[in-house]
Design a protein around this ligand. Structure first.
Ligand SMILES: [Zn+2]
Ligand SMILES: [Zn+2]
Ligand SMILES: [Zn+2]
Length: 236
């Protein structure tokens, strides 16, 4: 699968972002490569997650719609076509891997670029994993009316991924929104607070587990909760 990705997934990116990119960087890994899905399944049954449903490397490569299609009602059982299993609507069958249903979200991409600018980094080089490792905490300067975080006023501080969503939901992905990266010291203490808060709350189980035994086989089920996965494995 990785081989196929390497050949095809540049499609949208090349045309938009090629200029200025160094050859050593694989553009599909860049943080500015933000995709949304326009596939029928994601329209009908969105994955259980926040909207807007942005996907970054490597998630978009593994997105379910890259491997499925809806079988036409009058289509005969073609040979070598596997139907998808539990969790998928009937008539969902596997297809050759393709990112055709995914769309590079130029507005979200621009927001990531603005965030990377605020971190004093080069958007043509910063990968998703680098930005995740840096884990910058950001203040939306549009919401703060241009006021910078000074430790006095209470301000909303977000991770980079949450900031992208915020910009879309609150500011219609306004490309002029600017960001402030708060100091590393403040970020550290915020992260600690968040981790403590997360540890003391229980989140409902999410369907995020895929069965590798069933991958690319007939009746491959949709993602499951941990419990769903255990039941599934028992049934095998
Ligand atoms: Zn999709
Ligand atoms: Zn804002
Ligand atoms: Zn399985």
């Amino acid at each position: 699968m990785v081989m196929i990705c390497g050949q095809t997934c540049y499609g949208g990116l090349k045309s938009t972002h090629r200029t200025g990119l160094t050859d050593s960087v694989q553009c599909e890994r860049l943080a500015v490569a933000v995709f949304t899905c326009t596939g029928w399944l994601c329209d009908d049954i969105p994955e259980p997650n926040d909207s807007p449903r942005y996907m970054y490397f490597p998630e978009y490569l593994h997105h379910r719609c890259n491997r499925i299609r809806r079988r036409a009602w009058n289509e005969l059982d073609p040979p070598n076509t596997f139907a998808m299993g539990q969790g998928y609507p009937g008539n969902t069958v596997q297809r050759e891997w393709s990112m055709d249903d995914l769309e590079l979200d130029k507005k979200a991409s621009q927001t990531v670029r603005n965030i990377i600018d605020a971190c004093d980094l080069d958007w043509t080089e910063v990968t998703v994993s680098e930005l995740d490792n840096l884990d910058p905490r950001l203040v939306c300067l549009k919401c703060s009316y241009g006021n910078h975080c000074d430790g006095e006023r209470p301000m909303m501080v977000r991770s980079w991924r949450e900031s992208v969503k915020h910009c879309t939901k609150k500011h219609w992905s306004d490309s002029t929104v600017k960001w402030q990266k708060i100091s590393d010291e403040e970020s550290r203490s915020l992260r600690q607070d968040q981790e403590e808060a997360a540890a003391s709350t229980t989140t409902p189980p999410r369907k995020i587990w895929r069965c590798t035994h069933c991958h690319d086989k007939p009746g491959e089920p949709e993602k499951m909760t941990v419990q769903g996965m255990m039941d599934h494995l028992e049934d095998q």
